[in-house]
Design a protein around this ligand. Structure first.
Ligand code: HEM
Length: 447
């Protein structure tokens, strides 16, 4: 057998590290120009391979996924989510759990969510009508809207407006606290009496009380609604046993956290990009103008071809989850590169989405490029806003349907102008649009 020479992994020097501190998104998205496959990033306490080569990504997330475990960022999330689907690091119990949770997230099971999304947008439009002429933080309002939708999809009317308000406040705080901890390898232990942690623990306790309280009342109901909570309560593993209350709590929190900021960021970036590209906004309006008369339904979403392209292109340019991390379990050779045990692999989704080998003019917002783009086959590891491989986002249909409905209603019934200037992307766990996308509401059609 002929020995294949091991390939050298280029290392980002001190300048690279300083640049990355100043402009993390620019560093990630432009990395393929300098390092076509990967580079090594070393800071005290952490050595990471930043990878944007599709075959290597496929190897890590699919072919040999057992050699790559969820990294320290997920340990921080576990403080909040317990052992929910996204944080579960044990392959056997994760498989069992994924099989159980998959059915309610199939596209066809999400018709109820689409109806709820329409109702929640209607409510938002009524509020916006009173704000015509005023400037609003679009990102802030999308956060409120998507919390409203997810709470009602989970609990129907068993959740009050005050509780939705509490979920919104607590999640915003907890997301920020978790992000700060995950991005600082030297953070203080969570059990310590740090004021931010004390508040965080109190907020988690409030969310737990709400979830357990709704579950308890639900068990006493003779005619329960057929919502996501009910599906979780009635789900059975292969041996016929149900999930424990604690497991259901962890999955509900996971849906809250995994699906919230990601969707809000995706919607915010989409409208920022549409406002910067009026010809695209006009095309989206042409596709959706009929919804000024009658609201979209689940069935209509399949016809929203351009809206689908717009969402994908926005998530290509600004991936809501810019990187995903895994730790190497044992040394191995991948595509000629030697990856060492205990180091991190950072799957650079931002780099893949801007890689000049796969995209023409990658910085340009051009939804048409998705008209003939096949999401299957090898492209799964070139374009992957929802991750890839067996641990791909379970909520991807939920998110796409929800966002397409929201966009269709906004484009057909709201006139707004962008008042934010250039927005700097802030890549922490998710890719936030700075302090939010600011718009002025000009005109809103209400019913
Ligand atoms: C635009 C919106 C969203 C984006 C961009 C997104 C992105 C992602 C990504 C990249 C992963 C893979 C993480 C990894 O491999 O380490 C993931 C996993 C996951 N997402 Fe999403 N997500 C979105 C919306 C949602 C929604 C709406 C839900 C729930 C309703 C959800 C629930 C989950 C869960 C439970 C996992 C873990 C799956 C597993 O490990 O089996 N996500 N998501």
């Amino acid at each position: 057998m002929v020995a294949v020479a091991q390939k050298q992994i280029p290392e980002a020097g001190i300048m690279g590290i300083l640049n990355a501190r100043k402009d993390r998104f620019g560093t990630l998205s432009k990395a393929p120009l300098k390092y076509p496959d990967l580079f090594l990033f070393k800071i005290p306490g952490r050595t990471a391979y930043v990878i944007h080569q599709p075959e290597m990504v496929q190897h890590i997330l699919q072919r040999n996924m057992l050699n790559y475990q969820k990294d320290q960022g997920y340990k921080v999330l576990a403080l909040l989510l317990g052992n929910g689907l996204i944080t579960n690091a044990d392959n056997d119990s994760w498989r069992k759990q994924r099989k159980l949770l998959q059915p309610p997230f199939h596209r066809e099971s999400l018709t109820n969510m689409c109806r709820i999304a329409v109702e929640s947008v209607e409510e938002l439009l009524k509020v916006w009508k009173t704000k015509e002429g005023a400037e609003i933080n679009f990102t802030h309002d999308m956060a409120w809207l998507t919390i409203d939708i997810v709470c009602k999809t989970l609990f129907t009317s068993d959740v009050s407006n005050e509780q939705i308000q509490m979920v919104w406040r607590n999640l915003n705080f907890l997301n920020e606290a978790a992000t700060k901890m995950a991005s600082n390898p030297w953070h203080l232990p969570w059990k310590w009496p740090v004021p931010r942690y004390v508040k965080g623990r109190k907020y988690i306790a409030e969310l737990n009380d709400m979830i357990y309280g709704i579950m308890k009342r639900r068990r006493q109901q003779s005619n329960p609604p057929n919502d996501l909570l009910q599906i979780l309560l009635e789900a059975r593993y292969d041996d016929g046993t149900p999930m424990s209350d604690e497991q259901i709590r962890d999955e509900v929190m996971t849906v809250f956290v995994a699906g919230h900021e990601t969707t809000v960021n995706a919607l915010s970036w989409t409208w920022y990009l549409l406002k910067k590209n009026p010809a695209c906004e006009k095309k989206l309006f042409e596709e959706n103008k009929r919804f000024a008369q009658a609201n979209p339904t689940f069935a209509d979403v399949a016809q929203m071809k351009y809206g689908w392209c717009v969402m994908n292109e926005a998530m290509r340019v600004y991936p809501p989850v810019p990187v995903i991390g895994r730790a190497v379990v044992t040394d191995e050779e991948v595509c000629g590169y030697h990856l060492k045990k205990n180091c991190s692999t950072i799957i650079n989704i931002a780099g893949l989405h801007h890689h000049p080998a796969h995209w023409e003019n990658p910085a340009q917002f051009n939804p048409e490029r998705f008209l003939n783009f096949d999401l299957k086959g090898d492209n799964r590891f070139v374009f992957m806003p929802f991750g890839a491989g067996p641990r791909i986002c379970i909520g991807n249909n939920f998110a796409m349907l929800e966002m397409q409905i929201i966009n269709a209603m906004l484009s057909s019934r709201v006139e707004m102008e962008l008042t934010s200037k250039e927005i700097e992307p802030e890549p922490l766990i998710t890719l936030k649009p700075g302090n939010g996308v600011m718009v002025r509401i000009k005109q809103v059609e209400v019913r």
